[in-house]
Write a protein that binds this ligand. Structure first.
Ligand SMILES: [Zn+2]
Length: 340
């Protein structure tokens, strides 16, 4: 079934040459964005929107002055290196790229008044914190977007599905009245090492933080089970659903974690579509470092537009993994979900 819902994709050709990932996977990361727009133009119906450029003031709304100064300084030196211990690169001109990437979220927010779904392919930098870059994320564009939405008195639910826990988003919004659901790979030490099930939020955010760790090696069947946790979004009745749909849980991803196929991302899109009957959706591309990353991004959008597609042979998880996922699901569902 095709959709009458409107999708907007924030796009600038400069996106093709931007990556903040480790040098070893920067080319793969850029290739993912290049191929994404090619495939999207062939397979999807959407409105293309040029992003504006954010300002230093915008950046200061989510990052410390000290850190913003550092970003400006490294951007001026004619060498590249790492902003952190060895994950997130800096290079000449990074500051301009960061402002463009943040501008995409500003434009996405404005444009969301006119369309049902807005997608930012180069975005979803969920690891960065107030004063630090982390995990290929020099800034936290999702935190920026959500703070803007809160200022507009919108009711926001975040669905963060990526191989890695969105530690930055959790930290920024732990005590904010935002429903946060994270589905990620975790075995007790997998990067970034955060995301315990008992981290449930504090203050105004108490009871609103849900972490769903998937065992490494989980396949499509385990992922489908885990998606049941998203049903709680419905009872929260958000006006906006912000989705980080990182595709690095694909079985062929370079950062090996889960055993998913693009089918899982399509299912995620279909599920979000069902949940968003009365909400706007702003989606982000998140991470992805494999040969099928771009296809998975488009598959997610196909789902959002109401089209089911099975691009690959579904993967099956071990009995032990399924058991674990069922246990986590029932534990999370047992938490009180009275959002009134
Ligand atoms: Zn990731």
């Amino acid at each position: 079934m095709t959709s009458e819902k409107l999708l907007g994709i924030i796009w600038d050709d400069k996106f093709k040459d931007i990556s903040f990932s480790h040098h070893m996977i920067r080319d793969i990361s850029k290739e993912r964005i290049r191929r994404f727009i090619e495939i999207a133009r062939k397979k999807l119906q959407f409105i293309e929107i040029r992003p504006e450029i954010a300002t230093v003031e915008d950046l200061l709304e989510i990052h410390s002055k000290e850190y913003v100064n550092k970003l400006q300084e490294v951007s001026r030196i004619p060498f590249s290196g790492y902003l952190d211990g060895g994950d997130t690169v800096h290079y000449p001109g990074i500051f301009e790229d960061v402002l463009l990437v943040l501008g995409a979220s500003k434009t996405a927010l404005k444009f969301s008044s006119y369309v049902d779904y807005v997608y930012v392919p180069l975005g979803g930098f969920h690891h960065a914190t107030y004063s630090k870059p982390m995990g290929f994320c020099p800034i936290n564009d999702v935190a920026y977007l959500v703070f803007q939405l809160l200022m507009k008195k919108e009711k926001v639910a975040i669905v963060d599905v990526d191989a890695h826990h969105g530690n930055g988003i959790q930290e920024y919004l732990y005590d904010k009245p935002v429903l946060k659901i994270n589905i990620f790979a975790y075995d007790g030490k997998f990067f970034p090492g955060t995301g315990r099930v008992d981290e449930r939020g504090a203050g105004e955010g108490k009871g609103l933080n849900y972490n769903f760790p998937l065992p490494l090696g989980s396949g499509d069947d385990a992922f489908e089970l885990a998606l049941k946790i998203l049903d709680i979004v419905e009872s929260f009745s958000p006006t906006y659903i912000v989705v980080v749909s990182g595709v690095d849980g694909h079985k062929d991803d370079g950062l090996k974690s889960l055993e998913l196929t693009c089918n899982s991302y399509n299912l995620l899109g279909l599920k979000v579509r069902r949940l968003a009957r009365t909400s706007k959706v702003i989606g982000y591309g998140g991470g992805g470092y494999g040969r099928m990353s771009s296809e998975c991004m488009v598959s997610f959008l196909q789902g959002l537009l109401g089209k089911k597609e099975e691009l690959e042979v579904p993967t099956i998880s071990s009995g032990e993994i399924i058991k674990k996922v069922k246990e986590t699901l029932s534990l999370l569902l047992s938490f009180s979900q009275d959002f009134s």
